[in-house]
Write a protein that binds this ligand. Structure first.
Ligand SMILES: C[S@@+](CC[C@H](N)C(=O)[O-])C[C@H]1O[C@@H](n2cnc3c(N)ncnc32)[C@H](O)[C@@H]1O
Length: 379
């Protein structure tokens, strides 16, 4: 559809940086395995390329597991993160506080030793109940009660994340790409596992040197960044949900019900590209794209308009996106996003392709290659 040509650079050697893999061994970054996340090293690279300097404000409007604001704190920038998922907000908040280690250790020991009444177990849906051996589900409720009763907000947040992680590892949950399955297998007892996991996290706090923070993390919608003032942000580093890809509400359905009392249906309205509304907008021509792609790009247009509003004049953005694969074609998200950004008022500095995946129809018929790219914008 694009009539414009953008400078295209190929750097396929960088593909791994757009995955969560490098974070798996980095203290604090590794606190929650977020398959959809990118790496700290990518944020470092992009912040250098965008010229972020000490004390500047960097926004990630799709903050996910908090990689951008945490990296900002390591480098002395002011990080702001927004996400529509309460789970992502909790993870990002917990990873970007400045903790008192002795307070955390004392709170952990108290929760570990206290045996509380297991109230609420019976209210859990049959679906979630299937995810755990009954003993672990009871311990989960007891630990959750103890954590909720802690006075310190930070200790509560920290231990809740430790419990969310431990619970997944002591359950039958198996996340298979975009699908959540339950696989019966021997799993460890929750209470000691929780203590070990939390102790490792406390060690990470000891090891990590943060130069700024805490970051500002908000539950919100990238299409309406109401809490963020016009022209208040220096740089944006972000990765929206990919077109036609993982549906986050489904993959984390168990956690959303157990720890946030949310059902999937309560949440999908606020997610990019999931709920239909009138996509017949006149600002651009999306040609004959599939309906789901029109919906996605319509939402992304609103998000880009908000990014433009909150950025200072001369401010820059780097947005990581990937092409969408449909039965009969590949949709080039980077080029369409660049077109929409231009409509919004941005100048597209370049598109850098960092990944490429062969797309087939019916397993054998090659229909093209879906690119993963970084779109560089300037206001
Ligand atoms: C690709 S992930 C971001 C991963 C992140 N870069 C990281 O390293 O963890 C996209 C995120 O966008 C969030 N999201 C979806 N729709 C949103 C919306 N309307 N506003 C804000 N966040 C949204 C999802 O919950 C998900 O956490």
């Amino acid at each position: 559809m694009s009539s414009r040509a953008y400078p295209l650079e190929e750097r396929y050697d960088l593909w791994k940086l757009a995955t969560f893999i490098p974070n798996k061994h980095i203290p604090i970054h590794r606190w929650f395995y977020f398959k959809e996340g990118f790496s700290r090293d990518l944020v470092v690279l992009l912040s250098q390329e965008l010229g972020v300097s000490q004390g500047e404000v960097v926004l990630d409007p799709f903050v996910g597991s908090g990689t951008t604001p945490l990296t900002c704190m390591e480098r002395g920038y002011i990080g702001i993160g927004v996400d529509a998922s309460p789970l992502a907000v909790l993870v990002s908040l917990a990873k970007t506080r400045i903790y008192d280690v002795s307070e955390l250790s004392a709170a952990l020991e108290r929760c570990y030793r206290e045996k509380r009444l297991k109230t609420g177990v019976e209210e859990v849906s049959a679906y979630v109940r299937r995810a755990f051996p009954s003993r672990n589900l009871e311990d989960l409720f007891s630990l959750r009660e103890s954590i909720e009763s802690l006075e310190s907000d930070y200790a509560r947040l920290f231990l809740k994340l430790a419990l969310i992680n431990a619970a997944a590892k002591c359950s039958y949950i198996y996340r298979d790409g975009a699908v959540l399955r339950f696989v019966k297998r021997p799993v460890p007892p929750l209470r000691p596992f929780f203590r070990r996991a939390a102790r490792l996290m406390i060690d990470d706090v000891r090891k990590t040197c943060l130069r700024s923070g805490p970051a500002v993390i908000l539950l919100g919608d990238a299409r309406r960044l109401e809490a963020i003032d016009d022209e208040s942000v220096d740089k944006i580093i972000t990765s929206p949900p990919y077109l036609n890809k993982i549906e986050y509400t489904r993959v984390y359905e168990v956690e959303l019900e157990l720890f946030f009392g949310k059902k999937r249906q309560d949440l999908i309205r606020s997610y990019i590209g999931l709920v239909g509304r009138d996509p017949r907008r006149s600002v651009w021509q999306l040609g004959d794209l599939p309906d789901s792609a029109v919906l996605y790009f319509s939402d992304m247009f609103d998000s880009l308009a908000e990014m433009w509003r909150v950025l200072k004049s001369g401010g820059k953005a780097a947005i990581v996106v990937a092409g969408g694969v449909y039965p009969d074609r590949v949709v080039e998200s980077d080029v369409i996003l660049a077109d929409l950004a231009t409509e919004t008022g941005f100048t597209v500095e370049k598109i850098r392709a960092i990944g490429k995946r062969v797309a087939t129809s019916g397993r054998t018929h090659r229909i093209g290659a879906a690119r993963e790219s970084i779109v560089y914008l300037k206001k």
